[in-house]
Write a protein that binds this ligand. Structure first.
Ligand SMILES: *Cc1c(COP(=O)(O)O)cnc(C)c1O
Length: 388
């Protein structure tokens, strides 16, 4: 095979046909709106820290956009997950079902509550939890006792399932909701990557008990750092606000904290950036959909590789475009990563699977064959919304 025709070269040519020959990052933030104005307003008014009008506005904007009744802004997506688990009642010695194909924050947040992650396999089409396999696993390995789902091997309560919408692609939410119902397990959503993505026309992060968002610098919009907890339950929203703001009881001058709280509040400065970014979310989503369509037309002519697409019920935000090597091509993965990065195109493999990380290698898991294969087949390609 002539090296021009090698898979790595064909992939470089396809990316460059869309995005040009200049070096490209994987996902760069863009600030084309009111960012400077709102940040200056924080400085001019001295409201840079833990209270201020942008925090309230950012929460209202998020709730309105997602259709969640409430959004509680917090300092990052990891803390949004941590508080979500706490509010769901995840505690010492519980188990939480987590896809092995996710970012480490999902799994870390489970352990912050003293609970054990229990790893599940992923689906090739959505990259989310394989609900068929999960159901079989639960039928074989759990029993019901006092309305709880008990792991027959460990004796622990399986309290929750984390639905992660990987790279912005909604997972099989209906499948998970019916498992939740059948086995008495709560669904919590890690929607850190899926702001703007919907399932059956409803925003991701609004199906479960809570939905966690992230506004880290690499996400579709950014606050610098930030996160939010979505919920439709008044009391959950109130408690989320309370324990993320040191559990302080409102009082004109006294410092009374009525339980152990966390300092997880989002500073007004970060919220100001978030408000300006929210104004640009629709245009960023259009740009991403357009970039996906152009990549699709290039990659559809290649053999050995395909571009991950949204599924029937879903609308993806296409946060990170993802190519999938055919099974018989996966031995080329490192060559593709090396050649594209050498050509100035930032590409990345998927995260190391959770059950392969030292901190989690002893956790229980089902057969993880699909995720294991996917981890050798997936490559993220440059996806910034400013690629013209
Ligand atoms: C980014 C991300 C998080 C964590 O968000 P931070 O704001 O970085 O703490 C959690 N889960 C997933 C899937 C993410 O991509």
């Amino acid at each position: 095979m002539n090296s021009q025709d090698s898979l790595p070269n064909k992939i470089i040519n396809a990316i460059q046909a869309v995005a040009g020959k200049e070096p490209l990052g994987l996902h760069e933030p863009t600030f084309d709106g009111n960012e400077r104005r709102y940040l200056n307003e924080c400085i001019d008014t001295t409201f840079v820290s833990s209270v201020g009008k942008f925090v309230d506005k950012f929460e209202a904007d998020l709730a309105e956009y997602t259709g969640a009744k409430y959004a509680v802004a917090v300092v990052n997506g990891t803390s949004a997950l941590h508080i979500s688990f706490l509010l769901a009642g995840v505690k010492n010695d519980d188990e939480v079902l987590v896809p092995t194909l996710t970012f480490v924050a999902t799994t870390n947040a489970v352990t912050y509550c003293g609970a054990f992650p229990h790893f599940v396999d992923s689906d090739e089409k959505t990259l989310g939890i394989d609900t068929y396999k999960l159901k079989q696993h639960l039928l074989r390995n759990t029993k019901q006792k006092n309305g709880l789902c008990i792991n027959k091997l460990t004796g622990r309560t399986i309290r929750a399932i984390v639905a992660v919408h990987v790279f912005g692609h909604p997972c099989d939410i209906n499948g998970l909701l019916s498992i939740a119902e059948e086995f008495n397990i709560m669904i919590l959503e890690d929607a850190a990557e899926s702001l703007g993505s919907t399932y059956n026309g409803k925003h991701t992060g609004t199906f479960g008990f809570t939905g966690a968002l992230s506004f880290n610098g690499n996400k579709i919009i950014t606050c610098g750092g930030g996160g939010a907890i979505l919920t439709s339950d008044d009391s959950v929203a109130r408690r989320a606000k309370h324990i993320t703001t040191t559990a302080k009881v409102p009082h004109a001058w006294e410092f009374i904290h009525d339980e152990v709280g966390y300092n997880y509040r989002l500073p007004n400065l970060n919220a100001a950036l978030g408000c300006a970014q929210m104004e640009q979310l629709p245009s960023k989503l259009r740009a991403k959909r357009n970039l996906y369509a152009r990549y699709k037309s290039e990659f559809s002519t290649l053999t050995g590789v395909s571009l991950l697409a949204e599924t029937e019920k879903s609308k993806s935000n296409y946060w990170l475009n993802t190519i999938v090597l055919d099974r018989d091509q996966m031995h080329h993965r490192n060559a593709v990563l090396e050649a594209t990065n050498n050509a100035g195109l930032m590409t990345r493999p998927v995260w190391k699977l959770m059950h392969e990380l030292p901190a989690f290698s002893n956790c229980q898991r089902m057969n993880l064959e699909t995720a294991t294969q996917l981890s050798r087949r997936l490559i993220n390609i440059p996806s910034s919304s400013n690629i013209l």
